[in-house]
Design a protein around this ligand. Sequence first.
Ligand code: OAD
Length: 237
Amino acid sequence: MTDGLRRPVTALTGAGVSAESGVPTFRGEEGLWRRHRADELATPTAFRRDPLLVWEWYDWRRRLIDQCLPNPAHHTLASMEETLSPFTLITQNVDGLHQAAGSVNVLELHGSIWRVRCTACSHVSEDYRVPLPDLPPHCPECGELLRPDVVWFGESLPADVLAAAWEAARRCRTMLVIGTSATVQPAASLPLAALRGGGTLLELNPAATPLSRHAHTVIRAPAAQALPNWWEAHRFG
Ligand code: OAD
């Protein structure tokens, strides 16, 4: 292995890894938060106020993501999981494209747009129907309102997933940070935990982020093109 890829390896991905699949990012010129208000669509208060509005927005995103295929960056990360051991993939994305590419162990910090959770009995199930037949949907177990099983602003991340992510960040020797603006906590702090643990950081992002100055290597390019190239150059050490 070269200095560029010391094991264990942990990767943290954000919306940018799915950009070339056609999934909109959140920030930046074409970002979702430019056209939609997070406080009206992605908070518990917004959902209590208008569950139908929130569900219509999630149903629209589900339909959009359903049309998207994983790109070479997703496939490269799946290949890393097969080749490198240990390897941990942490994502802030809810789109399921890592799993569609073949990644098996994915720590989904912000949940999944393909799962629904009951607001009353907490029953969780996968639901891949697009569009959803009835909005807002109701729980098959108790009949109460379902919500997307995602993390909204002001909510805690799933404790077990977050604990595993901290552990993978602390123990890794290389952390790949791909396609995230590194502005949303606690995800944005995971690379700093990797640094404190003695790991090296590689940032792959066409734009600078608050993390850039900490990174040992910075690749300013789109992930679908640059990650496969980087992997080809480093996989055999
Ligand atoms: P952002 O939209 O904040 O950032 C996307 C990042 O991807 C930016 O830094 C872009 O420069 C970069 N990018 C764009 N195209 C890229 C490409 N082709 N290859 C690589 N990078 C590219 O998305 P996140 O950082 O994921 O949370 O946002 C974090 C969280 O904020 C999301 O999980 C979501 C959002 O609000 C919740 O909804 C709770």
